[in-house]
Ligand binder design. Structure first.
Ligand SMILES: [Zn+2]
Ligand SMILES: [Zn+2]
Length: 405
């Protein structure tokens, strides 16, 4: 037996099955007309069909409904034996006809049904559903728009009410898990944001000198998407360009002054009780989203440069003009995705100025904080120079910028 034989045999069987199903529907309709269930002592047609076909009463009721519909819809009935046709598709067509607007003339109703029935065998079930939503289009375009709009509004209103979000408390490994249910449009926005960061072009020119395994670029798509999602969370909503008036969703972190200055490695504590390493704190303290409550040796809160910790919108614009995005060599992250890093850390007295700032994407921001890569401001042209670990030869991001002589 060849593959071709198997395929042909299945096609033949499917054709026979369609004939048998149509015949069965005709018999069910006839039995319903004769109230045949009474003669065998059954309470209803649905019960009788359910018992004979071995299906639920609900499915039996659906079969009877379609059978009765086919009696009055010769065009749809004629389509039932066409290759690609199924009772599922027939039910979609019948469902549309049943719900047609009352103001349609009998001739218009027939046209709508014929149009759908003729398209059904060659369309996929999904395509047919979409077409069904705009079924009236063939006789009344505007009405189809209105019906579809009404359906979508209903669906969207329901979506607003059925959103869900959940996340766990951190587990023993310091990880949380979460999930969500959101409407399709918001989902597409999230997909666009994630895919913008996971496109294959990203990070393919990565420097191979990173010291720590944790900093290796993620490999699988799942890991990449996870990293992109994490990066998204770390940028919302305080750190976005054009969103200056946005709500400051800042997380309060209590941290020791000495940890912040890099003089000791005591962990900080978020307002939700999560411990954060001193080195990670020094990195995130660079940007918005985190508000360090700095304690001195006597556990008193210091008002350490709360006002002057973050670059303001005008400074960020100036940095965007100078750096054109992440300034790390070979990176192509746009300014909107970049964080402002203090070249001389804010926590060690570095001022919040343009000269002391540099735009870095979150990946390279981590690289600068966690590896031996260094960034310094070139005093001659006041542009950032990057020094690979152990090297005294600076390099720059030349992706969008001409190399400086
Ligand atoms: Zn930084
Ligand atoms: Zn970068």
């Amino acid at each position: 037996v060849t593959e071709r034989d198997v395929i042909n045999l299945r096609a033949t069987l499917a054709a026979i099955r369609r004939e048998v199903e149509l015949y069965d529907h005709q018999l069910i309709a006839l039995a319903a007309k004769l109230n045949a269930h009474k003669s065998v002592g059954m309470g209803s047609m649905a019960q009788m069909v359910a018992r004979e076909s071995g299906v639920s009463t609900r499915d039996a009721a659906k079969q009877i409904k379609l059978a009765e519909h086919l009696e009055e819809a010769p065009i749809l009935a004629a389509q039932m034996t066409k290759p690609g046709m199924s009772t599922e598709k027939a039910r979609i067509v019948a469902g549309v006809v049943e719900k047609l607007p009352l103001n349609l003339t009998p001739a218009d109703r027939e046209r709508v049904e014929a149009d759908l029935a003729q398209a059904a065998p060659s369309m996929s079930v999904e395509q047919l559903r979409r077409k069904a939503r705009r079924a009236v289009e063939i006789v009344d375009r505007e009405q189809a728009d209105r019906i579809e709009n009404r359906e979508l509004l209903k669906q969207e209103a329901a979506a607003i009410r059925s959103t869900e979000f959940w996340m766990t408390r951190p587990d023993d490994d310091g990880m949380v898990q979460g999930g969500f249910v959101i409407d399709a449009l918001t989902g597409d926005m999230l997909r666009a944001a994630i895919e913008a960061q996971t496109s294959p072009r990203r990070r393919d020119n990565k420097p191979e000198t990173l010291e720590e395994a944790v900093l290796l670029p993620p490999s699988t798509y799942k890991e990449k998407a996870g990293a992109a999602f994490a990066s998204l969370m770390r940028h919302l909503p305080t750190d976005c360009f054009g969103n200056h008036g946005g709500v400051a969703a800042t997380l309060m972190v209590t941290v020791d002054e000495k940890s912040l200055r890099g003089e000791c490695e005591r962990a900080g504590l978020t307002e939700f009780g999560t411990a954060v390493s001193a080195s990670q704190l020094r990195q995130v303290a660079c940007g918005a989203g985190i508000l360090p409550a700095v304690l001195n040796g006597d556990s008193q809160v210091l008002d350490l440069g709360r006002e002057s910790r973050l670059h303001n919108a005008a400074q960020r614009k100036a940095l965007a003009k100078r750096d054109l995005g992440c300034a790390f060599p070979d990176c192509d992250r746009a300014p909107g995705w970049a964080e402002t890093h203090h070249i001389v850390p804010w926590s060690t007295g570095g001022p919040t100025t343009i000269d002391n700032g540099v735009l870095l994407c979150s990946y390279h921001h981590r690289t600068i904080h966690a590896t031996a890569w260094e960034v310094r401001l070139n005093q001659r042209d006041r542009m950032p120079d990057f020094y690979p670990p152990g090297s005294s030869m600076p390099i720059r991001n030349s992706r969008y910028r001409p190399l400086v002589a």
